[in-house]
Design a protein around this ligand. Structure first.
Ligand code: C2E
Ligand code: CA
Ligand code: CA
Length: 759
């Protein structure tokens, strides 16, 4: 029997040792106190192993020391563990010191036992034919028991209180320890009083250690978890339905029951009720999710359904659960946001991006229907805002948006492209140009006592390729508008390919200009200017572009393009330089050269400074470089321009007013304008039907200029009779095909200086 217990004790020692190491290594907070407790239990168990295997009094006595000192350590560790496990702390430091002090004192008194024998001695007995040294307790031993059992009782009380106070589910972890600890204590007490040779309660010691180890570190309160999960599921706002492996509903939370319209007793009807609600909502396959809408319009409700499958350890489906979330609020919020980003806040029309998208969709669906893109442009809208205020401006925009929208069929989409521009895409046969022209002829915006006629232009592109980028379609519709500029009579303009070709042409030559200048594709041609006796006295420099691809380009095909984008100043500077270069070559001749100055030049450079620098560089007398400026230059910044004229004149240049009679010629302005010559264009005059009137006008201009001390030059002279009449009228200088067309420089030199080539 002793050997059986010895083996049991050895096994327990091994088990407790392993547990102590594992507990110490575990990263859990309570690990150290568990390691202490399981470790401390090794001492009394080892002590007892020694006692029962002792055949001498000495070894048995050593065993008893192990046992009793070990018990003090066990009690200390138990206290420590209890406080950690029950999340309990010493009521006072004093009490803690007293208790630990008692334990130390008790351990100490065993040290005196060999000398005073006050704690215990042993007496030999024969058990199973071998000597066994039984304990004979004295006063010291009684004190030891009082201390250890006193503390043990306190620990039991703590566990008892915890067991009672904790919720039913939680009390399990306390009650298990309370029961084992009580059982083991009773077992010990029984041993003490029975005085049997082997303390079987040591087995209880070991088991207690193992239990503590398990409960503290590995026990998971499954019932608690179960209850907690159930609580969470009940409190979830989503409707939840739990199904067993066969698909039978076994539980539903309150929102779930409410949504299905079932009670807890009607779980078997849940599936049928959900089908009634959502139609066939259940999907094939193991896990799925779907979105469902119930109702329509403002009453529509949006749901997200999700089915999850729960598998057992072997991977077989054990059950499943369905969650249904009411997504209506989010959906409405989302729809509102979508509306806000796709609709213009002022007019409620689509925004540009959304309009483009809608047009793409529409054209993709209506492949066989011819469609048109309409670019609606409100002219001079800035003025409406400036004059009547932004509130009226906004109101006008709303009125225009309303007008655009009225009567549009469902095959049409429209939107606001930007501040005062709108876009429409509609079937060609739904567009009635007469009705629209009529409406736009008298389009008035009225509010309170303000009434304003708004000029609206429509640029139209009839969609030829439906796959074309929508923005390109609008570019084309917009391009069409350029043909009616500020027209008050015509409100609709159609895009044609000539417009596109024009834009492409403009872009092409603009990108080629610099190269053309540096490679001398651009050349000055000279057109002679003669006096009344037919002598060549000068020439006008007119630019020509000898294009490698398109041959000789007349200025009319590129000058207006560069006038528009400002690149004209690069041409002019180049021609001025060429003119100065020629004049410096002809320094022994009295010939002058006229160069053209574009009104745009004044925006891009300091014209007088440039010209002065050039004549200085080429040592040319400024009077030999005549400057042709059209009267349009005086349409802006009159005073500044006047000052420029004065500046040029002071520098010695001769200034000619080009194309006089063609435009807004203000005779009144002439008296203040410091020009030396008027250049009258016959072309403008001969175009007029009444030749008699034309002659009268020319005569008056010539006489007027003479009276003002301004010379006159007529250009566009084509016939000898024109020459004759003009001479009679008092004109001094002439230019025109009658004398010569513009020609290359060498040819001009032949023409103007025949004597130089005589030999
Ligand atoms: P412009 O300055 O009025 O030049 C006179 C234009 O009338 C020239 O046309 C000339 O060839 C043309 N012409 C001359 N005699 C006759 C005639 O008897 N009958 C007719 N029907 N036409 C005649 P071109 O060379 O085609 O120049 C057209 C316009 O281009 C010029 O009108 C001028 O405004 C502009 N231009 C030409 N070269 C330059 C330049 O270097 N710089 C600037 N800024 N403009 C230029
Ligand atoms: Ca000219
Ligand atoms: Ca002219």
């Amino acid at each position: 029997m002793r050997s059986t217990y010895a083996i049991i004790f050895i096994l327990l020692i091994i088990a407790l040792g392993v547990c102590a190491v594992i507990a110490k290594r575990s990263r859990k907070a309570i690990g150290t106190s568990v390691a202490f407790l399981t470790g401390s239990l090794l001492l009394p168990v080892t002590g007892h192993l020694i006692i029962i295997s002792s055949t001498s009094e000495l070894s048995a006595t050593i065993g008893y020391y192990f046992y009793f000192l070990g018990m003090d350590f066990v009690v200390y560790s138990l206290l420590r563990f209890t406080f950690d496990y029950c999340v309990f702390s010493w009521p006072s430091k004093k009490l803690r010191n007293v208790v630990y002090g008692l334990l130390c004192a008790d351990a100490l008194q065993y040290a005196f036992n060999p000398f005073f024998g006050q704690a215990f001695s042993t007496e030999p007995l024969m058990v199973e034919g071998a000597p066994y040294y039984r304990l004979v307790p004295y006063l010291g031993q009684t004190i030891h028991r009082v201390i250890d059992y006193g503390i043990l009782v306190a620990v039991l009380v703590i566990f008892a209180v915890k067991t009672i106070r904790a919720s039913r589910i939680n009390s399990e972890r306390y009650s298990v320890i309370l029961i084992t600890l009580s059982g083991f204590s009773l077992w010990q007490t029984f041993f003490i009083f029975s005085r049997t040779p082997v303390d079987r309660s040591m087995v209880g010691f070991g088991c207690f250690g193992l239990l503590i180890f398990y409960f503290s570190l590995y026990y998971r309160p499954l019932r608690l978890l179960d209850r907690m999960l159930a609580n969470i599921a009940s409190d979830m706002p989503e409707a939840l339905y739990f199904y067993d492996g066969s698909g039978r509903c076994i539980w539903a939370n309150a929102p779930g029951l409410a949504l299905a319209g079932a009670t807890e007793k009607e779980l078997d009807q849940v599936n049928a009720k959900l089908t009634a609600l959502f139609g066939t909502y259940e999907k094939e396959g193991k896990e799925w999710s779907s979105k469902q809408i119930i109702g329509a319009g403002n009453d529509a409700k949006y749901y997200n359904l999700e089915k999850h499958v729960v598998k057992d350890d072997s991977g077989r489906i054990a059950g499943s659960f369905l969650s249904i979330r009411d997504n209506t609020e989010e959906q409405l919020h989302f729809q509102q946001e979508l509306y806000d980003t796709t609709h213009d806040s002022l007019t409620g029309l689509f925004t540009k991006e959304y309009l483009y998208q809608k047009i793409r969709e529409l054209l993709a669906i209506k492949q066989d229907v011819p469609y048109m893109i309409v670019f609606v442009d409100v002219k001079n809208f800035k003025i409406v805002n400036d004059v009547f205020g932004n509130a009226f401006g906004d109101y006008a925009i709303q009125c225009i948006a309303d007008w655009i929208q009225t009567g549009l069929s469902e095959n049409t989409v429209c939107g606001r492209l930007a501040g005062d521009t709108f876009g429409v895409c509609l079937p060609v046969d739904e567009f009635d140009p007469h009705r629209i022209e009529q409406a736009l002829a008298s389009f008035e915006v009225k509010k309170e006592n303000i009434s304003h006629h708004v000029l609206i232009h429509l640029g139209i592109y009839v969609v030829a390729e439906k796959n074309m980028d929508v923005s390109v379609m609008f570019d084309r519709a917009h391009l069409a508008l350029s043909s009616i500029k500020d027209d008050y009579q015509k409100h609709i303009a159609y895009y044609d390919d000539a417009m596109r070709n024009k834009v492409l042409w403009d872009q092409k030559i603009s990108s080629q200009l610099r190269d053309a200048i540096s490679t001398r594709q651009l050349l000055p041609y000279l057109q002679p200017i003669v006096d009344g006796q037919g002598n060549v006295v000068g020439a006008e420099c007119l630019v020509r572009w000898n294009h490698p691809e398109h041959g000789f380009l007349p200025p009319g095909s590129f000058i207006p393009v560069f006038e528009k984008n400002g690149m004209i100043s690069e041409i002019d500077q180049y021609i001025w330089r060429q003119a100065c270069e020629m004049l410096s070559r002809w320094k022994d001749k009295s010939l002058f050269l006229s160069v053209n100055i574009s009104p745009r030049d004044f925006y891009f450079m300091d014209v007088p400074a440039q010209l002065k620098a050039l004549v200085t560089e080429y040592h040319v007398a400024p009077a030999r470089l005549r400057l042709e400026i059209t009267e349009t230059v005086m349409m802006t910044d009159v005073e500044k321009r006047m000052e420029i004229f004065h500046d040029l004149k002071r520098a010695g240049f001769i200034v000619e007013m080009d194309d006089f009679g063609s435009g807004y010629s203000s005779l009144n302005m002439l008296k203040d304008m410091p020009v030396d010559f008027l250049k009258i264009d016959m072309n403008f005059l001969t175009k007029s039907q009444n030749e008699y009137k034309a002659k009268t006008i020319v005569r008056s201009i010539i006489q007027l200029s003479e009276a003002l001390g301004i010379g006159s030059l007529t250009e566009g002279v084509e016939t000898p009779s024109q020459y004759q009449i003009l001479t009679e009228m008092g004109c001094k200088l002439f230019q025109g095909y009658y004398f010569s067309k513009p020609m290359p420089i060498e040819e001009f030199e032949w023409y103007a200086f025949p004597e130089d080539f005589a030999s």
